[in-house]
Design a binder for this molecule. Structure first.
Ligand code: ADP
Ligand code: MG
Ligand code: ZN
Length: 520
């Protein structure tokens, strides 16, 4: 505890941090599930510097992200903690200092390693075996452990080989950390790492300070983005995610030249020096808006004061969406997540997945399934976004607790207000009037009359002469649809199915309950 203050300069533990630290210090395996920004790193950095008795030795951290490893390395060194980094992109010679440290008497507290390095370097495996012999191997930490499951087969084959850790070093405790709480992934991680009996530390993934909304993506989405930023987040820091590198460059350029916003692109095709330059300039506040590909956002995790995350293109999965939006509001202050949705993007991403030749069929299928889940989330303009997102992570959330912090909850409120007043009564009255003239009225027809469209079906029956024709002109279409479904739901409207040959038509009726509505 005193190390928390003296070394890390933090005042108190966040949820589950102390539990995770205690578990690993007492030699148990532990799986930590915390949302992005929840503070997973501390769960292994603090135990790593507890060098007494049985907890002595090197904490070996396996992490897939070089950029993140570097950040952490720097920050730990600045706190006076002895760290070495053996990453796969450096030759053994370049790492010679690091190697010296590993074999010297005074061992480092933390050793960062990529799974690729562990797989390819015999020297590293020997070093680990030596540490083990000397009783200097404190624990293994697998950060971003979901990679073993969802990406293992495609991008990071090396993660799959981490299963050997438990076999080679049966009594060295393992800590796995991820921001993916989904139960399937969780079981997969535990199985692959051989830690089925581990302690699982799970917490709510709700991020109360994030406001979620989905908007239709228009032809000129950059204009919409620029307008949104200027009106809601002028001069504030944010991330915009696009599908391709070209798109990133295009969008950043347009925001800059046409709308005068300080934006720059950031993606995997930039060379390392450029990326570092862009990242640094962003962090130093030289510009506010970073336009990045969804595949390459993890390196920019560090920033604390991101006020908005905009998806110019939807994410590939709800998992990615949660991670990407999770980069906003890490300081706990209100932040916005706006996604611009288009069905074309679904088709585009699906094509992209199919085109990845290296992807085994079943992985591609799984990814497409996840894409459809994501699309479903976007198209859903009824249910609380938070509830949907949490349900994906197998967590229950009561929409009452959303407090209008997602677009769908804001809308329901509007609907409720209008429901029992004028609009609902209008619609019911209108349908009654229509039914006096025609035996069969479809919902489509009723909505058309309510909105005042002069289509042939309306005019030839003289519905445009009714007193309430066009009464709902000012209401948005989706609100009218919600209003109708609500009236069905309440049993005010009844649906009548009429089948002619193989074709079924649905017609509307007004139930007796409508009279109670007209009085309320
Ligand atoms: P994660 O890996 O879960 O995404 P990090 O470990 O990178 O999150 O931590 C996110 C931020 O929270 C960091 O800036 C870190 O310094 C800060 N943080 C973590 N734990 C605490 C704590 N107990 N008190 C204050 N700040 C903390
Ligand atoms: Mg992390
Ligand atoms: Zn909500």
């Amino acid at each position: 505890m005193e190390k928390l203050v003296s070394v890390f300069d933090m005042k108190k533990f966040r949820k589950n941090q102390l539990e995770a630290i205690t578990a690993t210090l007492s030699g148990r395996d532990v799986l930590v599930l915390m949302p992005t920004g929840g503070g997973k790193s501390l769960c292994y950095q603090l135990p790593a510097i507890c060098q007494t008795g049985k907890t002595r030795g090197v904490t070996v951290v396996l992490s897939p992200l070089l950029a993140l490893m570097r950040d952490q390395e720097q920050s730990l060194l600045s706190k006076g903690i002895d760290v070495v980094n053996l990453s796969s992109d450096q030759s053994d010679e370049a790492n010679s200092d690091a190697w010296k440290k590993v074999s010297s008497r005074k061992k480092p507290s933390i050793m960062y390693v990529t799974p690729e390095k562990l797989e390819s370097s015999g020297r590293l495996r020997n070093a680990l075996a030596n540490l083990y012999e000397e009783g200097e191997l404190a624990r293994f930490v697998v950060d971003e452990a979901h990679v073993i499951s969802s990406w293992g087969k495609s991008f990071r084959t090396a993660y799959a080989s981490l299963g050997s850790l438990r076999r080679s070093y049966p009594d060295v405790p393992i800590m796995a950390l991820t921001a993916t709480a989904n139960q399937k992934t969780r079981l997969d991680i535990m199985g692959k790492l051989g830690i089925r009996e581990c302690e699982v530390l799970l917490q709510s993934f709700n991020r109360p300070n994030l406001h979620y909304s989905v908007r239709p993506k228009s032809r000129d989405v950059v204009h919409d983005i620029a307008t949104y930023i200027k009106s809601r987040h002028a001069r504030e820091t944010g991330i915009i995610y696009c599908l391709s590198r070209n798109k990133c460059e295009e969008v950043a350029m347009e925001l800059k030249e046409k709308y005068g916003l300080r934006a720059r692109h950031y993606h995997a095709a930039l060379d390392k020096a450029d990326r570092q330059r862009v990242q640094k300039a962003w962090q130093d506040g030289e510009f506010e808006i970073i336009v990045a590909t969804i595949a390459f956002g993890m390196g920019i995790d560090k920033r604390d004061a991101v006020r908005f995350v905009i998806h110019q293109t939807m994410s590939r999965s709800l998992d990615c969406y949660a991670q990407e939006t999770g980069r906003a509001g890490r300081d706990g202050l209100p932040s916005d997540c706006v996604l611009f949705y288009s069905g074309q993007d679904v088709a585009l991403i699906q094509q992209q997945i199919r085109n990845e030749d290296s992807l085994p069929r079943e992985v591609a299928q799984l990814q497409i399934h996840e894409l459809w889940q994501m699309a479903d989330f976007c198209q859903n303009d009824v249910d609380c976004r938070r509830q949907e997102l949490m349900a994906f992570f197998d967590q229950v959330f009561d929409p009452k607790d959303c407090h209008s912090s997602c677009d769908n909850c804001v809308q329901v409120k509007e609907l409720k207000r209008e429901n029992f007043t004028q609009q609902a009564q209008e619609v019911v009255r209108l349908l009654q009037l229509m039914l006096e003239q025609e035996k069969r009225v479809t919902q489509t027809l009723c909505i058309a009359v309510y909105r005042g469209s002069k289509i042939a079906d309306v005019t030839k029956r003289g519905f445009d002469q009714l007193p309430l024709f066009g009464a709902g002109k000012a209401l948005p279409a989706n609100l009218i649809h919600r209003l109708f479904s609500h009236l069905y739901f309440k049993g005010v409207f009844i649906q009548e199915a009429v089948t002619i040959a193989t074709w079924t038509n649905y017609y509307m009726q007004v139930s007796m309950r409508a009279s109670s509505l007209s009085q309320s």
